[in-house]
Design a protein around this ligand. Structure first.
Ligand code: ATP
Ligand code: LTN
Length: 349
């Protein structure tokens, strides 16, 4: 683990700040096709497009413990998410990849953000309300305060851009409000970040109930496709996805959520506009469409799975994570010192 921040220790100079991108994924289970389309695939695309931007991509393990986690499972999932990031094409030469809990500054700034946010703001978050509803007892305090930690994750690095799926829009908006409030109270400290949402695929829906988000924490295994699902099982899940009975392949989220979701998955994985897919499949059956999509999904998963098994037991994965944490900690510790100074905390003059 990198050194803890200590204001007395001389640190390496930080190169002039270009643009920065930050995003994270919780290791609460195996990653789904929704995570891939809404997040991972976007990171990889942006890594090639945004040449002047430094990437900070992390495994949000501190966020995972807002709900109960088995110790061994969590360990496994952290490593698995790290390997999947790389398997999907993140280039460790271009991206700082790290584990959130290995950079202590996240928790420190998280607390400071809790001291900037109002309880009412936290209680309004729909993700909190949803998760609280599913778990009537033993709600952890951190489930409520979690958006403050997410704000910290982003503001620590002065992120300009935050690629996320639709479900995180509200948290990003809160982050922007907290940054603006802090800057107003203590003077200019944080960059106010922008969200970046994929044009299609920002919300992939459950295959068994297309009115709900595809979610790795769902109990019904038919509702999601895992990136590490056996390819035969993944094909079958597409083929048995819930659709309506009128047999017309047309995008209409309200009236035809099932087929619209499948069109979105198809469009995202092949970069084909939905309109074009509608005309290609005009007059064709759902069954043919699903068979084609099942192959497209299998083709997308195959290379990811091959790469994954090269990384998962490879010591190179640890090297990449240690390097990422070291670089992240360098930036984060400077930021914390600045924040302490602005707020009058500790002894920094
Ligand atoms: P949990 O089920 O534990 O709440 P989650 O999958 O919703 O997990 P994360 O794994 O942390 O949450 O999400 C990582 C990224 O993937 C976020 O940017 C999120 O918006 C995106 N994402 C998650 N699910 C979907 C989905 N169904 N469609 C599109 N993007 C998604
Ligand atoms: N809250 C997100 C995961 C997450 C994140 C972040 C995303 C934690 N910190 C910072 C972007 C930037 C989720 O639940 N999916």
């Amino acid at each position: 683990m990198p050194n803890k921040s200590n204001p007395k220790v001389q640190q390496k100079p930080i190169p002039a700040k270009g643009k920065r991108l930050v995003s994270g994924i919780k290791p609460t289970g195996q990653l789904t096709l929704g995570n891939y389309i809404g997040a991972l695939r976007q990171f990889v695309k942006l890594q090639d497009e945004l040449k002047d931007t430094e990437f900070f991509i992390f495994i949000a393990d501190l966020h995972a413990i807002t709900t109960p986690q088995d110790r061994q499972e969590l360990k496994k999932n952290i490593r698995s998410v790290a390997a999947l990031y790389l398997a999907c094409g993140l280039d460790p030469e271009k991206v700082n990849l790290f584990i959130q809990s290995e950079v202590n500054e996240h928790a420190v700034l998280g607390y400071i953000m809790e001291s900037t946010a109002y309880i009412g703001e936290m209680e309004r978050m729909t993700q909190y309300k949803d998760k609280k509803g599913k778990q009537p007892e033993g709600i952890r305090t951190s489930l409520l305060t979690y958006p403050a930690l997410m704000a910290a994750d982003i503001l620590l690095y002065d992120a300009d851009i935050v690629p996320i799926g639709d479900d995180q829009k509200q948290h990003l908006e809160l982050t922007r409000n907290l940054a603006t409030r802090f800057n107003h109270l203590y003077g200019d400290t944080f960059v106010v970040p922008e969200g970046f949402f994929p044009e299609t695929g920002a919300r992939i829906m459950s295959l068994s109930d297309p009115t709900k988000k595809m979610d790795k924490s769902n109990d019904n295994a038919k509702s999601y496709i895992m990136l590490l699902d056996d390819l035969g099982a993944a094909r079958n899940k597409i083929k048995s996805a819930i659709t309506d009975s009128d047999g017309i392949i047309k995008y209409d989220v309200k009236k035809k959520p099932g087929i619209s979701n499948l069109l979105t998955i198809y469009s995202s994985l092949t970069d084909t506009p939905i309109k074009e897919l509608e005309s290609i499949y005009k007059g064709k059956s759902y069954s043919l469409f699903k068979t084609d999509l099942a192959e497209i999904v299998a083709d997308a998963l195959r290379p990811i799975q091959q790469n994954y098994f090269e990384y998962i037991n490879n010591p190179r994965l640890d090297e990449i994570l240690s390097q990422g944490a070291e670089r992240a900690q360098l930036i984060a510790s400077r930021k914390i010192q600045k924040v302490f100074k602005k707020m009058g905390l500790g002894r920094i003059k």
